[in-house]
Design a protein around this ligand. Sequence first.
Ligand code: SF4
Length: 73
Amino acid sequence: MPKIIHYRNKCIGCGVCYEQQPSLWRMSRKDGKAILLRGISKKGIFQLTVPGEVMEQSAAVAKACPVNIIKIV
Ligand code: SF4
């Protein structure tokens, strides 16, 4: 299954990922950055395995991120 990778340290908190896919993203009230819901952190890089049917929307979110820190693998 595909994975979403979020390089959270580089997030500028624009909110586009949350606006486009609120089922997977939240904005942190603490630091203003995006949170990949249920994502597993490895050294500040968050990963989440998602079902294939979610991927089309996630690919659009990755493309829309202005600093290009959401990857689909
Ligand atoms: S779209 Fe990118 S920069 Fe904007 S909040 Fe989401 S992860 Fe951060």
